[in-house]
Design a protein around this ligand. Structure first.
Ligand SMILES: Cc1ncc(COP(=O)(O)O)c(C=O)c1O
Length: 428
C-alpha cells in the first residue's frame, strides 16, 4: 500500500472519487450517532441498579459515627465512604473529605476558595494582577473551562508518554504568578496516559516560587482498567504520601469520583489533602453547606463494601467497554494503517482514545462527520481556549453508543479522515 503523502495526484483523485461515493451513501442514511462525551452506556448504568434497593430502618444509623444518615451532620462524610474513596486511589482515609455528586464541582470550589479567600493565609488570587495556570495538553476541556472562567492565563504543557513535560513544569513554577496545574495522573483524559513513578515523584518534589501553588490531581480514572492483567503494572504512587515524604505536604489536592463507577452525576466524590489543607477547606465548607448527601454515601458503602467490591464491579464495566475500545482500534487499523493519515493510542483504561490527524485536518474531520450525523467532541476542545495549534487532535469517546452504532460511527470517522487528508494534501 502506498501512503497518501507519497501518492501521485492522479491516484489521490481516484481514491477520493471512490471515497466520495461512499460518503454519498452515508448522506442518505440520516444517521444520528454520538461519540462526543465520556458517558457510560445504559448497560453500564444498569450494573449499579442494586444500589437503589431500599435502605431499611435499621441501616440508617451510621456504624462509625452513630449518626442518623438521614439527618444533618458529619460534614467530612461517613467513615465508610472515606475508606471507599481512599481505597480507589490508595491514600489515607483520614485525608479524605467526602463531597457531593460531582468532583468537578469540588475542583471548582477549591479554585474559588483560592480566588476569594486564599490558601492558608496567602493573598486571594482575585487581588493579584495575574494568575497563571499550567495545563497539560491535550487535556480535559472542563478543567480548562474552570480556569478560563476565573480569568487565569492558561499555559499549555506538552504531554509525553509518561506524563507532562516535567522539565517545563519545573521551569514554569519558578514564576510566582503560576498558581497551579491540572493533572489526570491515570488514564488521562483524553490520551489514556499513566504518569510514571518518576513523574509523580518530580511533582511531589516541586519547589514552586508561589507558596499557594497547588497540584490539582484529578484521579478520576484510578480504577478504570480495561484489562484485568494490567492493574498491577499501571499502579502509580500515592501523591499525598510522596508530597509528605518530600517535605511538601500542602502541595496537592487529590480528587476522586464514582461518576464512572456507579451513576454519572449521581455518584459520590471527594477531595484528599494534608491536615492543614483539610482544615482550611473545612473552614469554608462549613459555611457553604451543613453537609453533603450521606444517604447516597450509605448507598455506595452498602453496594460496594470495599476495594474488592469496587474491583469486581469495575471488571463488569471493563467487559462492556473492552469490545468498544477494540472496535475503535480495529477499525482505525483496518482503514488507516499504512496510509500516513494519522496516529492513535491504544489505552489500557479510562474512557477515551485520541486520534491525531496530519496538521490542519482535525476540525474538517469533525465537521464532515457531523454533516453525516456523527457527533464528535469539538476539535480544539482538549486545549486551553479551545485552540489546538496544529488542529490535529480528535478525542473519541466509545462508551455510550451500542457496539453496532459505534461500528457505523467509526466507519464514517475513518472515511472522513481519509477524505479530509486527501483534500489537505491536494491543497499543496
Ligand atoms: C478527568 C475527569 N475529571 C472529572 C470528570 C467529572 O467527574 P464528576 O462527574 O465527578 O464531576 C470527568 C468526566 O468526564 C473527567 O474526565
Amino acid at each position: 500500500m502506498i501512503p497518501y503523502d507519497q501518492m501521485t495526484r492522479e491516484d489521490l483523485l481516484k481514491e477520493k472519487e471512490s471515497l466520495v461515493s461512499a460518503y454519498k451513501k452515508y448522506e442518505k442514511m440520516e444517521l444520528s450517532l454520538n461519540m462526543a462525551r465520556g458517558k457510560p452506556s445504559v448497560e453500564q448504568l444498569d450494573l449499579s441498579m442494586g444500589m437503589l434497593a431500599p435502605i431499611s430502618h435499621d441501616e440508617v444509623i451510621d456504624v462509625d459515627s452513630g449518626m442518623d444518615v438521614r439527618n444533618y451532620g458529619v460534614l467530612e462524610g461517613l467513615e465508610g465512604a472515606k475508606k471507599l474513596l481512599a481505597s480507589m486511589v490508595s491514600c489515607d482515609p483520614n485525608s479524605v473529605i467526602v463531597c457531593g455528586n460531582s468532583s468537578l464541582n469540588v475542583m471548582y470550589d477549591q479554585i474559588a476558595r483560592g480566588f476569594s479567600f486564599g490558601y492558608l493565609g496567602e493573598k486571594p488570587w482575585s487581588k493579584l494582577k495575574k494568575v497563571k495556570w499550567l495545563c497539560p495538553v491535550p487535556g480535559y476541556d472542563r478543567h480548562f473551562s474552570i480556569t478560563e472562567h476565573f480569568g487565569f492565563e492558561m499555559i499549555p504543557i506538552p504531554m509525553n508518554s509518561d506524563g507532562p513535560d516535567m522539565d517545563l513544569v519545573e521551569e514554569y513554577v519558578k514564576d510566582d504568578s503560576v498558581k497551579g496545574i491540572w493533572c489526570v495522573p491515570k488514564y488521562s483524559n483524553p490520551e489514556g496516559i499513566v504518569y510514571s513513578e518518576e513523574v509523580v515523584k518530580r511533582f511531589a518534589n516541586l519547589k514552586p516560587a508561589a507558596k499557594d501553588f497547588r497540584i490539582f490531581w484529578d484521579n478520576a480514572y484510578a480504577v478504570h482498567y480495561l484489562y484485568d492483567e494490567i492493574e498491577k503494572q499501571d499502579q502509580i504512587p500515592d501523591i499525598l504520601l510522596e508530597c509528605k515524604k518530600a517535605g511538601n505536604p500542602n502541595l496537592v489536592f487529590e480528587f476522586m469520583s464514582t461518576s464512572k463507577i456507579s451513576f454519572s452525576g449521581s455518584g459520590i466524590s471527594g477531595v484528599a489533602s494534608s491536615p492543614e489543607n483539610k482544615k482550611d477547606i473545612i473552614s469554608s465548607m462549613t459555611v457553604q453547606t451543613i453537609g453533603y448527601d450521606k444517604v447516597n454515601q450509605l448507598r455506595h458503602i452498602k453496594f460496594f463494601k470495599d476495594a474488592a467490591g469496587i474491583r469486581e464491579h469495575m471488571k463488569k464495566h471493563a467487559k462492556i467497554l473492552r469490545p468498544k475500545f477494540l472496535c475503535v482500534i480495529n477499525t482505525l487499523e483496518r482503514d488507516l494503517s499504512g496510509k500516513n493519515v494519522g496516529t492513535w493510542n491504544n489505552p489500557n483504561g479510562g474512557y477515551f482514545i485520541t486520534f491525531r490527524t496530519i496538521p490542519n485536518v482535525a476540525s474538517k474531520v469533525v465537521s464532515m462527520c457531523f454533516a453525516l450525523g456523527v457527533t464528535l467532541t469539538g476539535a480544539g476542545a482538549p486545549f486551553p481556549y479551545g485552540q489546538d495549534p496544529k488542529d490535529s487532535v480528535i478525542r473519541i469517546a466509545p462508551s455510550f453508543p451500542t457496539l453496532e452504532e459505534l461500528q457505523t460511527a467509526m466507519d464514517v470517522f475513518t472515511l472522513c479522515v481519509r477524505l479530509a487528508t486527501i483534500d489537505e494534501i491536494l491543497k499543496k
